[in-house]
Design a protein around this ligand. Structure first.
Ligand code: DX5
Ligand code: ZN
Length: 226
């Protein structure tokens, strides 16, 4: 599977948004990762429904909406998910995971299940037919700028194997949290497909185009990520 980059829009400087979106279009960015936090599931607030609406009016790049909210099944519709977009909901946030994933599909969007670092892969045993991707949190969700949980490299490798062995090789693995250049090298070797790029990579320093190019070189094995 082609490896993809999803810049984390909570890390973007909104004063330069139009130019930034042009850069993303020119560099072939595949998704825009939108962090939704409700102050309950995680201790923070970030982006919301209006932001998603505005962003869609400014770009054709599909959104990748990461719902870090309790009872997501009651809130999916608020975002009016579109065809081609990803919407992820946390296993830990709902008693009705299957129903919530099915709800995302009803809108024509692609359902993704998100797992916190401590959550085992086996919770996906009976929802594999309901997902297009799994989001493995590589930090505990809530804040940008954290350090990766080291055990997550094994988890990504185990997850690829888990999916392949069950005949779900088409299910993509997204990684989110401290996806810096050296960690990207290891996550790529472990089999991650979609890379949420925040303060650790794409938004580090001034050279966003250069940072994106470096990520792609790492994907191609042409850069050691140093
Ligand atoms: C949380 C966020 C963060 C962040 C990623 O769900 O998605 O993980 O923006 O960027 P880093 O960790 O590089 O600041
Ligand atoms: Zn996220």
């Amino acid at each position: 599977m082609t490896k993809k980059i999803a810049p984390s829009m909570m890390c973007a400087d909104y004063r330069t948004l139009p130019a930034l979106l042009d850069t993303f279009a020119e560099t072939g960015i595949e998704y825009l990762h939108i962090d939704i936090m409700d102050g309950v599931f995680v201790k923070n607030f970030t982006l919301g429904t209006d932001y998603c609406k505005r962003l869609r009016s400014m770009t054709d790049i599909p959104l990748d909406i990461h719902m870090m909210v309790t009872e997501p099944e009651t809130k999916i519709g608020w975002f009016e998910p579109k065809e081609g977009e990803y919407v992820s909901i946390h296993y830990e946030a709902t008693n009705h995971l299957q129903r919530a994933l099915a709800e995302i599909k009803k809108y024509g969007a692609k359902p993704m299940v998100a797992l916190n670092p401590a959550t085992p892969l086996c919770v996906m045993d009976y929802i594999l037919d309901d997902i297009d991707a799994v989001l493995l949190m590589t930090v505990n969700p809530g804040f940008a700028g954290q350090k990766i949980v080291p055990k997550m490299f094994d988890k990504v490798r185990d997850c690829r194997k888990y999916l392949d062995e069950r005949g779900y090789s088409h299910v993509e693995i997204e990684v989110d949290g401290n996806v810096n250049f050296p960690n990207t090298v290891k996550l790529a070797a472990a089999g991650a497909d979609i890379y949420v790029a925040g303060t650790s990579s794409v938004f580090m320093g001034e050279d966003i185009t250069g940072n994106i190019a470096k990520m792609r070189r790492i994907f191609n094995g042409e850069d050691l990520g140093e």
